[in-house]
Design a protein. Structure first.
Length: 403
C-alpha cells in the first residue's frame, strides 16, 4: 500500500528521515502515527525508527538529547521541534513483566516490528509513502480487529500493561478483539498486578474516554482484568451496569469516575477519596469527582438550591448533568446554568464586606466569631436574603453581634 500524500506532521519531520537515509541508514515513521494516518485520525505523535545506532544518530545531527539512550532513543532538535528517533532493537526476557532485562540494537526493521504489541501498531511508513506491513496490520485495520503480534502470550509476558492497551484500543477505535488475543488476556490477567497503578490508570482513563467505551469495558470484564485493579475486585456488577446503560459516553475523566463512584459507592466523600487515591488519581480530580457526585445526588432528588449551586459550582453540575442523562434522570442544564448566572455572587471575593470592614468599622475582634459572622452573611447574600451592599451587610453584622 502506498500513500499519495503524507500528513503535515510527517512532512515537517521529512528532513530528519532524509538526513538519516543520506548517511546510509534506514529510517521509517512507525507506531500510532502510522495507524492513525491510515484511519484518518489526528496525529498525536511522530515516532521514527532507524537502523542507525544512537552514536551514529548523534554524529549525523548536531543537536540531540539522550532521552532514552539505554533503550536506543535519542531526541533530535530541529527548528524548535523535538523528534524521538529509536534504533531498531530486540529485547531479552522480561522477568518483571514490565521491562526487558536487556536491549540489543539491530539493523533489521522486521526484528524491531515483531516485538510490538498489536498488528495495527506494527506498521512502518517510508518517506515515499510506502506502508510496510509484515504482520497483517493493514488487514486488521480494514476489518476493525485488535490482534497481538505473533504469540499473544509472549507479548503479554513481555509487558503485562499490553493487556490493558488491548482493551483500551477496542474502546478507542471501536474495534473487536481477536479471539486468541482475548483468550490470552484472560489467561494472563493476573500479571497486571506486576504493573504500576499509574500506568494502569492511564490506559483505564483512555478506555473510558474512547469512541466506544462499552467495547473496552466488555473486554475488561470478560477477561477479569478488573479483579487485578485497585479496589475493583468487587466491581463486576458495576461494570455490568455500565454496559447495560443505553448510552455511555464521557466528556472527561471527571464524568467517567463520577459514574463509577455513583454506581459503586454511597454518598461518602471519604469512600470516593479512598478509591481514587488507590488509583493514584490527582487531588484535583478527587475533589472534582466528589463535587460532581454531590451534584448528581441533588439532580436525582431534584432539590438544587442557590446555596448548592454556589458551594458546589457550575462545572460540577454540568458534569453531573451528563452523567444523569446516562442514568435516566436528566435535568435541563440550561435552567441550572441560568440560575447560576443569576446568583448575587459567585465567590467570597465578590462579597461587599470582609473581615477588615468588621474590625475597622464595627470593632469586631479577630477570631472565630468574626469568621462565623461572615459565613452567615455570605449565605444570606447567596440565598437572596440580603443585598450585597456594604451598608446592608454591616447592619446585618451588627444585628448578629448583638444577638
Amino acid at each position: 500500500m502506498k500513500l499519495n500524500k503524507l500528513p503535515l506532521e510527517f512532512q515537517k519531520a521529512r528532513i530528519i528521515l532524509e538526513k538519516i537515509r543520506n548517511a546510509g541508514f534506514e529510517a521509517y515513521f512507525v507506531g500510532g502515527g502510522v495507524r492513525d494516518t491510515l484511519l484518518g485520525l489526528p496525529l498525536h505523535d511522530v515516532d521514527i525508527a532507524t537502523s542507525a545506532y544512537p552514536a551514529e544518530i548523534k554524529r549525523i545531527f548536531r543537536k540531540t538529547v539522550d532521552t532514552g539512550i539505554a533503550h536506543g532513543t535519542v531526541t533530535i532538535l530541529d527548528h524548535g521541534e523535538g523528534y524521538e528517533v529509536t534504533t531498531f532493537r530486540t529485547e531479552s526476557t522480561y522477568q518483571d513483566y514490565r521491562r526487558p532485562d536487556s536491549v540489543q540494537f539491530v539493523r533489521s526493521l522486521k526484528d524491531d516490528l515483531k516485538r510490538r504489541d498489536l498488528t495495527i501498531n506494527a506498521l512502518a511508513l517510508s518517506l515515499d509513502g510506502e506502508v510496510i506491513d509484515l504482520f497483517g496490520g493493514l488487514e486488521d485495520l480494514k476489518n476493525g480487529l485488535i490482534k497481538a503480534v505473533g504469540n499473544p502470550n509472549e507479548r503479554y509476558h513481555e509487558d503485562a500493561l499490553r493487556m490493558m492497551r488491548t482493551v483500551r484500543f477496542a474502546s478507542q477505535l471501536d474495534f473487536e478483539i481477536e479471539e486468541a488475543t482475548l483468550n490470552a488476556v484472560a489467561e494472563n490477567a493476573h500479571l497486571l498486578e506486576k504493573i504500576a497503578v499509574e500506568r494502569i490508570n492511564v490506559e483505564w482513563t483512555k478506555l473510558l474516554l474512547g469512541k466506544n467505551p462499552k467495547k473496552g469495558i466488555a473486554g475488561f470484564l470478560e477477561t477479569k482484568l478488573f479483579v487485578y485493579c485497585p479496589l475493583f475486585n468487587t466491581m463486576e456488577q458495576v461494570l455490568k451496569t455500565m454496559l447495560s446503560l443505553a448510552q455511555l459516553h464521557f466528556k472527561n475523566d471527571v464524568a467517567a469516575w463520577t459514574l463509577v463512584c455513583y454506581l459503586a459507592l454511597d454518598d461518602d466523600h471519604k469512600q470516593i477519596s479512598r478509591l481514587l487515591k488507590s488509583w493514584k488519581c490527582s487531588n484535583e480530580l478527587i475533589v472534582d469527582v466528589q463535587s460532581s457526585f454531590s451534584a448528581l445526588n441533588l439532580f436525582r432528588a431534584n432539590q438544587i438550591s442557590a446555596w448548592n449551586l454556589y458551594t458546589i459550582g457550575l462545572p460540577a453540575f454540568e458534569t453531573a448533568a451528563s452523567v444523569a442523562s446516562m442514568l435516566g434522570f436528566s435535568r435541563d442544564i440550561a435552567v441550572i446554568q441560568s440560575r447560576y448566572e443569576a446568583l448575587p455572587i459567585k465567590n467570597k471575593k465578590e462579597l461587599a464586606i470582609n473581615g477588615g470592614n468588621l474590625i475597622k468599622d464595627l470593632q469586631f475582634t479577630p477570631g472565630s466569631f468574626l469568621g462565623k459572622t461572615l459565613a452567615i452573611i455570605e449565605k444570606k447574600v447567596v440565598c437572596g436574603e440580603l443585598r450585597n451592599e456594604l451598608g446592608s451587610l454591616e447592619a446585618a453584622a451588627v444585628k448578629i453581634k448583638n444577638n
